[in-house]
Design a protein around this ligand. Structure first.
Ligand code: DAH
Length: 339
């Protein structure tokens, strides 16, 4: 029995000397000291010993047990030290490593164009006005001299909230809201979002942006309108830019015109961008219709005014040479990064 016990001690020591992990260590403990372990099964045979041998073997068994327990404890400490060391090594922070760059967003090209337009007009003494995007039919159409069944309503089909409440098709209703609340002199621009039930394609979107302008005072003339638009066109598209007016019809202005700027790419000689025309249409304008002034309680025999409405998307597409309007709404970072 003595040999058996000594054998167990030697075997345990051997196995413990090559142990590589805490879980292996536990296996060794069970193998030697567990209920069905080797030491326990030797002790079970003690009943067959003589009275003199029993205490001797008993003492030896205790020695072997505490020897193995001691070795297990030692090995455990050693393994834990090693594991902590490895962990520290793995998790070391290199403070000299370059940091991860956060991507910084920036202003959308449409917002940039709106800001630029605002700045030009603020520089000329204009104030910024705002109006609701969910608008009454009255302000969007009727007060602008487009009564029910007026054919001009057809090309501005929109989204109806109810019979009399719609998503505004133009920023022109802000003209009415301003004139109802403020007496001349009036000098405002209104940048904003407008809606039409158009299908999406390269040049149409059901949501787009306009900038409206309105000036009402005594003695305002078409000459003032043309001068103002010239300053605007030169500021936005360059000093060499010229404008031209073509007669047109808008129900809320009289006379009315469509306004072109000389092509920002070829300067007027004709190219792909202006489709050989030399000119590009960017806005509608005219002298405020007397009926509109009257509706707002402004006497047209005393006051006159001009108004204009500009398409922001069209202007941005021109400025940045963008050939598909959808690019402005998809918010693909690869596209937006370029501006
Ligand atoms: N609201 C018009 C449109 O969306 C544009 C326009 C034309 C605005 C003439 C004006 C104007 O203020 O005088 O088609």
């Amino acid at each position: 029995m003595k040999e058996q016990l000594n054998g167990i001690r030697v075997k345990a020591q051997e196995e413990l000397s090559t142990v590589g992990s805490i879980s292996e260590l536990e296996n060794i403990r069970v193998k030697f000291l567990g209920k069905k372990g080797e030491l326990t099964s030797v002790l079970r045979g003690m009943g067959a010993l003589t009275a003199e041998d029993r205490p001797v073997i008993g003492q030896l068994a205790n020695e072997v047990r505490s020897f193995i327990e001691g070795k297990l404890e030692e090995a455990k400490k050693e393994l834990m030290k090693k594991e902590i060391g490895l962990k520290l090594e793995k998790e070391v922070i290199d403070v000299t490593m370059p940091g991860k760059r956060k991507m910084l967003g920036k202003k959308h090209p449409l917002s940039n164009v709106i800001d630029e337009i605002n700045e030009v007009f603020i520089g000329m003494g204009y104030e910024i006005a705002e109006g609701p995007e969910v608008e009454k039919d009255y302000y969007n159409f009727e007060a602008l001299n487009m009564p029910e069944n007026h054919p001009a309503k057809d090309v501005q089909d929109t989204f109806y909230i109810s019979e009399n409440i719609i998503l505004r098709t133009q920023t022109s209703p802000v003209q009415i809201r301003v004139m109802e609340n403020k007496k001349p002199p009036i000098k405002i621009i209104c940048p904003g979002r407008v809606y039409r039930s158009d299908a999406v394609d390269a040049t149409h979107s059901p949501i787009f942006h306009q900038v409206e302008g309105l000036v009402v005072d005594k003695g305002v003339t078409m000459g003032d309108l043309i001068g103002t638009l010239k300053v605007f066109a030169k500021s936005l598209f360059g000093e060499k830019t010229d404008i031209r007016l073509r007669p047109h019809h808008f129900p809320f202005t009289e006379p009315s015109a469509e306004v072109d700027v000389s092509c920002w790419t070829c300067g007027g000689s004709g190219c792909r961008v202006c489709k050989g025309e030399g000119w590009i249409e960017i806005l509608g304008a005219g002298m405020v219709h007397p009926k509109v002034l009257e509706k707002c309680g402004i006497d047209p025999s005393v006051y006159s005014g001009f108004a204009f409405g500009l398409g922001v998307e069209r202007t941005a597409m021109g400025r940045f040479n963008i050939d598909d309007l959808r690019l402005l709404y998809e918010n693909d970072v690869r596209f937006l990064k370029q501006f």
